[in-house]
Structures are given as structure tokens and as C-alpha cells.
Design a protein around this ligand. Sequence first.
Ligand code: SF4
Length: 397
Amino acid sequence: MAETEVAGLYVHSPFCSAICPYCDFAVARGRAADRARFTEALLQEIELCGSGGPEGGWAGEAASRGARRFDTVYFGGGTPSALSLEQLGAIRRQLAATFEIDPAAEWTIEANPEDASPESLAGWREVGFDRISLGLQALDDRALRFLGRRHGAADARASVERAREAGFLSVSVDLIYSLPGFDGEWWLRTLDEAASLGPDHLSCYELTIHDGTPFGRRRDAGRLRETGEDERAANFVATHRRLGGLGYRGYEVSNFARREADRSRHNRKYWRHVPYLGLGPAAHSFDGRRRWWNVARWQRWSDAIEGRTSTVAEVEQLTDRDLLLEAVMMGLRQRSGVDCAALEERFGIDPAVGNAAEIEAWERAGWLRITGRRLQPTLEGMARADRLAAEWELPES
Ligand code: SF4
């Protein structure tokens, strides 16, 4: 069962030098003093988790399954690359002193191209990161200006080359598509150019315009028109076809790797119900049965740690039915699909029972391929994964 696999560790750093107009993550523009306070609080949170608090859950049920051991560590944000090398080094040392981290663990850092100088990249390698996820987002200046990014296309290209020179074992790049005013041809050119830089892995996300963000307000005022549903679906399929042709297989809705070994080990834990511990503001944790998350505002999170009160905003207790539905949904978003036999063994319920007519219809429509008891989404099926999952019926437990 997935829960018996070694867990993953996530560290959220909330600071960004400026806030992008489409961003709805838990982020803040921090001064040096804020970053110092955050780092100090994070070091304390690691220590508290090691000793069983403040939430207490991780050290209980999950620890009994060996979940204080980790074989992936992922620094995300925000922009973890906005922390100094001293701060990153201190966090790493505290993690290593508190938890049992596999010597062959995958250590990922998210970084923005404007922070990726040769000196910083060498420093991140020295701190111990071996995988880097670079937030390129686009490869031309007009699109980067539209997205409100601080880097230019030349910085984006150079950052990939410099990451290689610094000796990162795996280099991933993030791109965003379906930007209003940028057509499908523009997107294919972006993919071609990104692939020509030779990353090991790509994550391609569709632009989502969230309420309450500057883009959301522009949309509400009629000054920004979201890309239509048909065009977005066409972009999704084109992304997988183009990158597949360039040697990058889409193993999940948004993720592409050259080789199996280049797939994100950390993110795959999220999709397979492997436990994870999240540290820092807004970070989510999962122990196989419960999911809990920290308060989003970094000051409130720091206050809680300094005052030795709980950082947890909410705890969600998941039933077998909840977990099974999630497993179906995550399966439909991955090439590997839904393994009904494995899910029946795990939950005692065959998720296909009660959905036979729909499954047959989806196979006829070309959205699913059925091999034995495995249901694998085709590209067209992956494009509709969330909709298919929403139609899935399970018996009440
Ligand atoms: S860099 Fe990333 S996390 Fe920071 S504001 Fe922009 S989109 Fe959000």
C-alpha cells in the first residue's frame, strides 16, 4: 500500500520579490528582517515536529508507520531561492538533525531565473539540492511582461544552462499556457524552444485566473478575456502531442519527463497517497488517514510557533470512501490510470462496480483504454479527468 512507502517532506517559503498578478499562493513580499524571523520560526517548527508537536498527529499514527523517515525533500513557495544560502543551509541542517533522511533522497529547490546566478546555483548545490525546478513560465519578453515576471527571456534561457553547469542532476522547467492574447502557434514555439534547452523535466500549467487577484479584477472589469474552453482543451492536447514528439512523455496531466528516472519522485507521492509532512505557512500534511494544513499567513504561522500554539488551520479526517474517490481522480490524471484490482485490495471496494455503463461509454468515446482491470485515460480522457472523476459514483460507506 502506498502509505507504507517512505514519506515526502515539503518546506514552504512564502517570500517573493514581487507578487505576480495571477498568483493566489500563500506569498508575501518580505524584508530581510521578515525572512530572518521566518527562518527562525521554521527551525523551531522542525524541532517541534520532531518532538511530536505542535499538531501532534505526525508523531502519532504516521510515526508508527515509520513516517519520520523521508526520501524526498521539496522546497517550494513562494520563492525559496529568495532565502539566503545561510538560511537554506541552516534549514537543511535542522532537517537532517531532526529527521531520518535517506542519503539518496531527492532534494528539490524551486527557483526563479533572476535568482539563478552561477554563484547561487553553486551554493544551492553545496547546500545539498540535486534537483531544480526553474520558474521560466515563458520564453519571450512580451509574455513575461504580461505575466508580471521579473526576469526576461534571456535570463530564462541562461538559467537552464547555468543549472546544468552547476551540476544539478535533474533540471525541470515550469511553463504557463493559454495566456489571453497568445495563440496556439505561439505556445508550440515556446514548447519547441523549451525542449531545445534540454531540460530533463517540464511542468506545463494552464493559466487559471483566480478571483481576488489583479488578473481576476481585470477580468471582472472586462479588461482581460480568459482563453475559451475549446482553445484551452486544444492547447492541452497539443502540449502532450508536441512534447511527446520531442521525447518528453506526459506522465501526468501537467508533467513531462524524458526518462522514468526524471519524473518528480516527490510529486508522485501526492498522487499516490504516500504520506507527506508539510512545514511552513499553508503547507499541507497527510498521514495516510488525515490531512491537515498550516495557517496561510506567514505572520500568523510565526506567531503560533513563537507562542507554542498550534499552526494548524484545519484537519480533515478521510474515510475509505474519500480516499477511494481521491485515488480514482488522481488515477485519471495519470498515464498509469486507475488500477481497480489494487484499489479493491486496499479499500475492499471495486471502484468500477456501479460505474460500468459510464466506463463503457467513456471507452467508446475514446477517453479510456481498458486493460484487464486497469482503466487508463487516453489524452482526450486526461483532458477531461476532473469531469470524469466528478461523475464517478461510489456506494455510501
Ligand atoms: S513567483 Fe510564483 S509564487 Fe511568487 S508571486 Fe509569482 S507566481 Fe506567485
